[in-house]
Write a protein that binds this ligand. Structure first.
Ligand code: FES
Length: 178
């Protein structure tokens, strides 16, 4: 009786050969790897293509190849600013302090005046003809915004200007030269 039950329990319910003969595990794993690699390559391609525009923008931003454009804002009437004088204004945001300097009859320069060393406000010294930072004696060239003395190593960001309707307008911010 026991032997009979054993024999029954050991019976294969159907032909094992039919059940397993078409499973080629090695080959299936190979296909899986190939498929996976194809999917990954495809995904990488899609990712690369879809991020290209952002990459181009990032490169421009990091290399300073593009000037930042903002809405034009009137700074001062030409008649209100004598040669050698400067006027404070804010551009492009209300917290972006800047200075417009009239260097000649028809020569104007404007810079954001947060010192490029540690952000102290730079001021215009008419007597010395220089932009000075009082914190650590930083000095900037008013014609270019470049540092000429003291710890600052980068120029002041220059504001793009236009003259129109008897006034000086800010139209953008130049990027740092690299
Ligand atoms: S913050 Fe201007 S020189 Fe240091």
């Amino acid at each position: 009786m026991d032997q009979e039950r054993k024999a029954t329990n050991n019976q294969v319910p159907f032909d094992e050969d039919n059940y397993t003969h078409n499973i080629r595990k090695d080959k299936e794993r190979g296909l899986d790897r190939r498929s996976f690699m194809k999917v990954m390559a495809g995904a990488a391609g899609v990712f690369a293509v879809s991020t290209l525009p952002w990459g181009a923008i990032a490169v421009k931003e990091l290399t300073g190849l593009s000037d930042k454009k903002y809405a034009a804002a009137k700074i001062a009437d030409v008649s209100s600013l004598k040669v050698g004088d400067a006027v404070e204004f804010h551009y492009p945001g209300e917290h972006d302090a800047a200075l417009l300097i009239r260097l000649g009859d028809n020569e104007y320069k404007a810079y954001q005046n947060a010192c490029t060393h540690l952000k102290c406000p730079v001021f215009w010294s008419k007597e010395e003809g220089e932009l000075l930072c009082p914190c650590h004696h930083g000095v900037f060239d008013p014609a270019t915004g470049a540092p000429t003395s003291g710890p600052p190593r980068r120029p002041l960001p220059e504001i793009v200007l236009k003259q129109e309707q008897g006034a000086i307008w800010a139209t953008g911010v130049k990027r740092y030269e690299t």
